[in-house]
Design a protein around this ligand. Sequence first.
Ligand SMILES: C[S@@+](CC[C@H](N)C(=O)[O-])C[C@H]1O[C@@H](n2cnc3c(N)ncnc32)[C@H](O)[C@@H]1O
Length: 284
Amino acid sequence: MSLDRLVRAAAARLAEAGVPSPDVDAEILLAHVQGREVGEVRRARIMGEGVPGATRTAYLGLVDRRSARVPLQHLTGTAHFAGLELSVGPGVFVPRPETEVLVGLALEALEGMQEPVVVDLCTGSGAVALAVAQGRPDARVGAVELSEDAHGYAVTNVGRTGLPVDLRLGRAQEAFPELDGAVDLVTSNPPYIPPDAVPVDVEVREHDPGLALYGGGRDGLEVPLEVAARAAVLLRPGGVLLMEHADVQGESLTAALAAQGTWSEVDDHLDLNGRPRVARAVRA
Ligand SMILES: C[S@@+](CC[C@H](N)C(=O)[O-])C[C@H]1O[C@@H](n2cnc3c(N)ncnc32)[C@H](O)[C@@H]1O
């Protein structure tokens, strides 16, 4: 069987299973099995290349698992985020492209500051902290994560990228006590999904850890507001908190932050689809 026919058959199978981007996933999985770039796979398809039996068997095994809606990133072991290639897998939240909006706002907030101190609360794979460290090599970046599994991936990612992030295992609510009042920027993409808003996508519902998804309380904002309270202690006056939230929480989160009484300005930012996704608050 030609490589092209194999990929077409795999894409059809993935489409039947409801995978949202079957053609791309079919190519990425083959590239992963062959240790090639996706562009090379595309060229090989056009050139009518064949497939060795062992490759075919390994590939079809991955296509089976993807058809069962195992996340693509768990099968390849990597996620791409803000120009970084990060290790991910079972036990850690897969970083999402929309969170790059938070990174962009963070780098904007740091403009004009020399050697800023940044803390990322609820860091998961380390995605946001590492992206900020990459964008601002002069920054001192700390990050904290509660889950041992997720923290393990973050440790791997600090090693893999070589970026200098001070990584801690523990609760965001008590993180970095030695930095109280000395931090310029706190970033956070905490768990924020309300208890009754179970995600529709199987990849999310069954494979992202519950600790990464559900924010607690009636509206999912219990952990985010505890994290914001910790951020208020960490930040110097004029320091900035940037926190991702669900699109339906733009008003409720900013109102709750304003009610904390520690912020001089609270506003909200839209993602690339025009939906409210990141709250910004300035420490009074
Ligand atoms: C939505 S995920 C985001 C991970 C990462 N910031 C990203 O954007 O890819 C939330 C993360 O917060 C962690 N977490 C949940 N509660 C926490 C807490 N109290 N303290 C520290 N981390 C916590 C979860 O384990 C999970 O890794």
